[in-house]
Design a protein around this ligand. Structure first.
Ligand code: FAD
Length: 508
């Protein structure tokens, strides 16, 4: 569709008389708006309004960064950020580990944006259930899908769905107070846990399992989790990967934290590192430092003179060249008994290193299995073109293939990998694509936006949470945290969240 032509009546404002005249004109012209950009009054019929109302679905880093970039570069844009939960910030609140408070400081920037006047947060709206993407497209100039990754990659092996096998995503949600995971009951009545995967999320869950309670209880970890971890019998956590030490996907910060974790020692097999010292000098800089630390840790762990390593009660280990074949469950009590692994060797071809089974197998005994092989996005509305293999919305530089006015950003755009900063770069790209479409007229002006949406939601009985309402929850969580000498105690029950969000002023 081509953009509507804008006919503009311009009156130069010199004094109060002409301002009054402009005001009279404004009232008398049917459905007109007036704006004052640079000493001029511009009359635009509502159908020819020059403003763009953009709606962003998801209030994680991608949602906020896309809004920020759009608002910065387009003075005529307003943005509504819609969120399924009554609370904002996505994985910054519900993914980032409780003992990484410095990472969460980014919410201060998002809070400033939400209070800037041109950006509205509207929580407690589930897109795909309460309102469809098509309806959003009818009410807004552009819709940006930034709803992250709400599912897991699967191992596709027997026993994967047994009791005692938990996805790292659910475990992370549990210790971070995510409502849907707050009732999780991980089996901590076992001395050994196996984490399948060797990325940063795998290290996060291993660290939370082994960190002394005195440290954890000062963080914003959920009360449910802390009381379960207090009774935990887990003493060893093994992180298992299908390839070798050179292929691990965690980063140096997370490894360093494990190496220094009080009361624990690493268990690494020196034979896994044979010949690696010769390869280290040729590695790219960041990778070189990581593998150096891993190598040094392996040497220390196998000929330890260090008193801490000698006296540690708990341990973490990295097992390489193992692919899970089956999770074995006890036939009587249904508890996990262990994991059967295929032993691999590595083959290199065209610069790619792949794991190939040797035919040998190994059994590792454990009572808890955490799958940490990746988050995955899902399709939230049938009209959205989706690549189910990659778990992403089909798009070109953030523009959704074949649907005018629809864009995407963050993990749902490029796959569930990367840190918060990657979402910033990615969101800048999407915002740039949208801005170009504003300029070239590929996007329709739309002046309904929030009014249109609120009418729909009111008719459907959906109560939305504003940013001010969220601040009530925020305040309550901080107060509850203060009583326990922690930064906050997250409320994990949605009904309770809503009650606090809408609490009348006199009850506060
Ligand atoms: P998300 O943050 O997931 O945001 C998506 C939002 O969309 C959520 O609020 C969700 O509730 C909402 N949503 C979903 N469905 C709907 C719907 N139907 N309707 C409305 N809203 C919906 N990065 C770092 O830089 N440092 C770290 O320490 C770090 N730790 C991490 C730890 C873990 C366990 C994980 C999983 C990730 C971590 N990351 C970290 C990565 C970082 O969290 C991600 O890069 C980033 O959050 C991705 O942003 P996003 O906006 O795409 O998705």
């Amino acid at each position: 569709m081509s953009p509507k032509k804008t006919r503009v009546l311009t009156i130069t404002v010199h004094n109060n008389v002409s301002t009054k005249f402009a005001s009279v004109m404004h009232k008398s012209l049917h459905k007109c708006q007036w704006r004052k950009p640079t000493g001029h009054v511009r009359f635009l019929s509502s159908q020819q309004d020059s403003s763009f109302r953009v709606c962003v679905v998801g209030s994680g880093p991608a949602g906020f960064y896309t809004a920020q970039s759009l608002l910065k570069n387009n003075p005529n844009v307003t943005v509504d950020i819609l969120e399924k939960l009554p609370v904002p910030f996505g994985l910054v609140r519900y993914g980032v580990a409780p003992d990484h408070p410095e990472v969460k400081n980014v919410v201060n920037q998002f809070t400033n944006l939400a209070q800037s006047g041109r950006c509205n947060f509207l929580g407690n709206i589930n897109i795909g259930t309460d309102v469809t993407v098509k309806e959003l497209l009818n009410g807004y100039s552009a819709v940006v899908l930034a709803y992250g990754a709400a599912s897991d990659r699967r191992l596709d092996i027997p026993g994967e769905d047994s009791e005692g096998v938990i996805s790292a995503r659910n475990f992370v949600g549990w210790y971070n107070g995510l409502p849907q995971d707050s009732e999780l009951k991980p089996n901590l009545n076992t001395d050994t846990a196996v984490v399948i995967g060797q990325g940063n999320v795998a290290l996060d869950v291993a660290r939370i399992l082994l960190t002394p309670i005195e440290i954890l209880q000062k963080t914003d970890i959920s009360e449910n989790a802390i009381s379960a971890l207090r009774r935990s019998k887990v003493k060893q956590v093994y992180l298992v990967g299908r390839r070798g030490p050179l292929e691990v996907s965690f980063t140096i910060k997370e490894l360093r934290e494990m190496v220094k974790l009080p009361g624990t020692k690493p268990i690494l097999d020196r034979s896994d590192f044979e010949g690696i010292d010769k390869l280290i000098p040729g590695l790219p800089r960041g990778r070189k430092r990581l593998i150096e630390l891993l190598y040094k840790t392996a040497l220390q762990s196998s000929n330890s003179q260090d008193e801490r390593l000698e006296t540690s009660q708990a341990a973490w280990g990295l097992k390489f060249l193992r692919s899970p074949l089956e999770i074995i469950q006890d036939q009587v009590d249904q508890q996990v008994k262990g994991v059967r692994f295929a032993v691999n060797t590595l083959q290199s071809q065209d610069g790619q290193t792949t794991a190939v089974p040797t035919g040998e197998e190994e059994f590792m005994e454990c009572g808890l299995v955490l799958k940490s092989v990746g988050y995955k996005s899902i399709r939230l509305d049938p009209i959205v073109p989706f690549d189910h293999m990659k778990g992403i919305i089909r798009n070109t530089k953030g523009k959704v293939d074949g649907i005018q006015g629809l864009y995407c950003s963050g993990w749902v755009k490029r796959g569930a990998v990367g840190v918060i900063l990657s979402s910033l770069n990615d969101s800048i790209e999407t915002a740039k694509t949208i801005s170009e479409d504003f300029t070239t007229g590929h996007i329709q002006h739309n002046n309904e936006g929030k009014d249109y949406l609120m009418k729909l939601l009111n008719n459907r009985g959906v109560k939305t949470v504003t940013f001010t309402d969220w601040l009530n929850i925020d305040e309550e969580e901080r107060q509850r945290g203060q009583l326990q000498s922690k930064p906050r105690e997250k409320i994990s029950d949605i009904t309770e969240m809503l009650k606090i969000a809408f609490r009348p002023q006199h009850e506060k």
